[in-house]
Ligand binder design. Structure first.
Ligand code: MN
Length: 747
């Protein structure tokens, strides 16, 4: 670099420094100017050989940070000094001791905090909000550390362009998840919006550019509209001799995008792209009544939407925001938000507490700014007692592979993304997992399979009667939970097999079969099982019972000629005898038809289908109905449509009966009603899956006001199975009514 260019740079550095000083003019005492000059010289010298990634002299950055600290955050001279020096210890050969020596303890402590924070952010691992918050609290006895860090981040975001793309994303995400919420929390609205927009430029570049472009395209039209909308308001306010200014504030790109996503609407339908702001010059004692006066004048001209009146003057927001908002209908039929506030309120809204305290009378011995800093510390600290509230603002984890959830006592648990309530239970203790009945997430009952989100507070409900079920394996993602469930299931199986063995031996004795290893092996082979333990287990759960064993024994006697066919449909019906009465037109009609359609298992090849209106299954009394386009449809005799079909189209009805000797599952539906109980969904699914050979296709449960209504669609083999299941379901705690879908209800 030649001399001329260096000269140019030097004068540019000085120019920037002077612009910093001019910003400080109103807030900083004369005697502090020397100190600031000293800090500037020190930093400029320390960074003299450094350049930003953009190629610019490094010192531009500390100057810019100092400017933000004064201008946007409202800090004083010590902070200006610290901002100028904030990267010295980290990036140059100067040490903290040097800082102490030249600038004293106070500055040194702040620089120390800033350096430590930088260390944390420079690590490749992501910073999680909880750590971030803890870090903020522990590293910053002096909250100025946090505020200077915020200024630092804002400037780094403004100059993010020059970083490599990968780093851009990391910084942008950190900003979005940590710094923007922090700025919001502290009431720095302008900084928050700017950070969000800058971050979005990198995290969602296409969307960002599209919205920017659309804003530009619509600008002229918008301005014209604003002109004509504000004209009568201005007139009216002037007539009342109010001292005011009026401006239109366009929403930030990220908040427009937020609205589009939330409401699922295109850009063109975001009605509050801009808001009109009326800023009143009125003394503090009169500002409230003046604001309401303006409200009354505005709503004399335009019709307000009563649902959209927001009075943050009587009750300011937690972060100090005060304003009166109303949304009114313009003459062209467009809703427009009008914000009414005093100058003081406006400054507080833009700059947060910094501005707030400027207006407050300080206690003797405590400057306004001290009071403000103390208040910020209180805000950060109070988060500790109300972790959840804090995390609401402070999105918990930065990068998506982990979530952080809380125990009821506020303890923190880190789990992989996608973890469920059951994973959480196992993360606490194996016993808690094994006995997990359900969970409460933020005081709402959820099933075991409920996927958790960061920030959830989870309370596990246990029962000593509860034990792991095979389908639990589908509800967990963590290796720990999976391992524990498998171990428990294995243990259960072993125990049950032990019981099954005793039962089997007893039964064999009755059948006069010796329980020799050879005979046991024969049984294992007969039932096509892998090992004796599986046989014992099947006996224990009743899958192999008296009947199966008897059949086996008979087969042994007859030398294997009559082989036992395991046919679930051949069992005795439990469906109960249907009364045949003369009044039953369906049966009568069927009786008269000589030919019977046999419904077999090769449904696909035949031109008949099972009607979805009643989902008939083997064991149901059914009939066939000849349709014009879909071949023969099989309906249950008690199908709600049956009567009509029979009476109107008797000639199209075909007698039908089931002819099945193979296991095909049919779709059937149950409707459940009752009282919402803890772990209800779990109990329902457990009951269903405990029933051999029944699979759930889908389950849907709606709860409201403590009651629930649900539908379960099942693949089922016959009515016997279904009736068994219905009986069992009726015993589930909370269930009051179980009925088949598509069955005529008794009137
Ligand atoms: Mn920096």
């Amino acid at each position: 670099m030649d001399k001329i260019e260096l000269e140019k740079e030097r004068s540019e550095i000085l120019k920037r420094y002077r612009s910093l000083l001019s910003v400080c003019r109103n807030t900083i005492k004369k005697e502090d100017r020397k100190l600031i000059r000293h800090a500037f010289d020190f930093a400029a010298n320390a960074h003299r050989d450094h350049r930003r990634k953009s190629g610019e002299p490094y010192i531009y950055h500390p100057i810019a940070v100092a400017k933000i600290a004064v201008e946007d955050i409202g800090l004083g001279s010590t902070s200006v000094v610290c901002s100028l020096l904030h990267d010295v210890v980290e990036d140059t050969d100067y040490t903290l001791e040097d800082i102490t020596e030249y600038f004293g303890e106070e500055v040194s402590r702040i620089i120390d905090g800033l350096t430590k924070i930088s260390d944390i952010f420079d690590q490749t691992t992501s910073v999680q909000a909880e750590n971030f918050r803890k870090m903020l609290l522990t590293l910053s006895d002096d909250v100025r550390v946090i505020l200077i860090k915020l200024a630092d981040r804002l400037h780094n975001m403004r100059t993010l362009e020059s970083l490599p793309p990968r780093k851009q994303l990391k910084v942008a995400n950190e900003t979005l998840y940590l710094f923007a919420p922090l700025a919001h929390r502290l009431g720095f609205h302008a900084i928050k919006s700017e950070l969000e927009d800058l971050a979005m430029k990198y995290t969602e570049p296409e969307v960002y550019q599209t919205i920017v472009q659309k804003l530009a395209e619509t600008k002229e039209e918008r301005n014209r509209f604003i002109q004509s909308f504000t004209r009568p308001i201005k007139q009216s306010l002037q007539n009342e001799n109010l001292d005011f200014s009026m401006l239109a504030r366009t929403k930030s790109v990220s908040s427009i995008w937020g609205k589009m996503k939330k409401k699922e609407i295109p850009f063109e339908e975001v009605y509050d792209i801009f808001a009109i702001r009326v800023i009143l010059k009125s003394p503090e004692y009169r500002e409230k009544s003046d604001c309401w006066k303006v409200y009354s004048l505005v709503t004399d001209i335009y019709q307000p939407n009563p649902d959209r009146l927001r009075d943050w003057i009587s009750t300011p927001k937690a972060n100090g925001y005060e304003s009166l908002h109303t949304t009114v209908m313009s003459r062209s039929g467009r809703w427009v938000e009008v914000q009414i506030r005093s100058e003081r309120m406006d400054e507080v809204a833009e700059k947060g507490y910094a501005a707030h305290w400027k207006y407050k009378e300080a206690k003797p011995g405590e400057s306004g700014i001290d009071k403000w800093l103390r208040r910020i510390r209180e805000i950060l600290k109070s988060a500790e007692s109300d972790a959840l509230d804090f995390i609401d603002d402070f999105k918990l984890n930065l990068f998506s592979d982990e979530i952080i959830v809380f125990t009821p006592k506020g303890e923190l648990r880190t789990l992989p993304m996608g973890s469920t309530a059951l994973d959480f239970a196992y993360s606490i203790h194996t016993q808690v997992g094994d006995n997990c009945l359900g969970a409460k997430v933020s005081h709402k009952l959820v099933p075991l399979s409920h996927a958790l989100k960061s920030g959830d507070q989870v309370e596990i409900i246990t029962s000593r009667k509860q034990h792991p079920k095979p389908d639990w394996l589908n509800y967990v993602t963590t290796a720990r939970a999976k391992g524990k469930i498998k171990a428990a299931l294995k243990e259960q199986r072993k125990k049950q097999a032990e019981e099954g063995k005793e039962i089997l031996f007893r039964k064999l004795k009755q059948l006069k079969i010796d329980n020799t290893p050879e005979n046991i092996q024969k049984l294992v082979d007969h039932f096509k099982l892998p090992a004796p333990i599986d046989l014992y287990y099947d006996v224990a759960i009743g899958k192999i019972g008296q009947k199966e064993l008897k059949a086996y024994a008979a087969e042994q006697e007859t030398g294997g000629i009559l082989s036992y066919i395991r046919n679930p449909f051949a069992r005795t019906r439990e469906a109960g005898p249907k009364k045949e009465t003369a009044k039953d037109p369906i049966r009568q009609q069927l009786k008269d038809k000589p030919d019977t359609l046999l419904i077999g298992d090769n449904l696909e090849n035949l031109s008949y289908t099972l009607s979805p209106c009643c989902n008939p299954i083997p064991g149901d009394d059914v009939f066939g109905f000849v349709t014009i386009q879909e071949g023969i449809k099989i309906h249950r005799n008690d199908c709600p449509n049956a009567m009509q079909l029979m009476s109107k189209y008797a000639y199209r009805v075909v007698k039908a009966k089931w002819m099945t000797n193979k296991s095909i599952a049919f779709l059937s539906g149950l409707r459940l009603k009752g009282i919402d109980e803890v772990g209800l969904l779990q109990n329902i699914t457990n009951t269903i899956s405990s029933e051999y050979n029944i699979n759930i296709r889908n389950i849907h449960i709606d709860t409201h006001d403590g009651t629930f209504e649900g539908e379960v669609m099942l693949y089922i083999y016959d009515t016997q199975h279904l009736n068994n299941l219905i009986k069992k379901l009726k015993k589930v705690k909370g269930i009051q009514k179980v009925s088949r879908i598509g069955k005529m209800e008794a009137v």
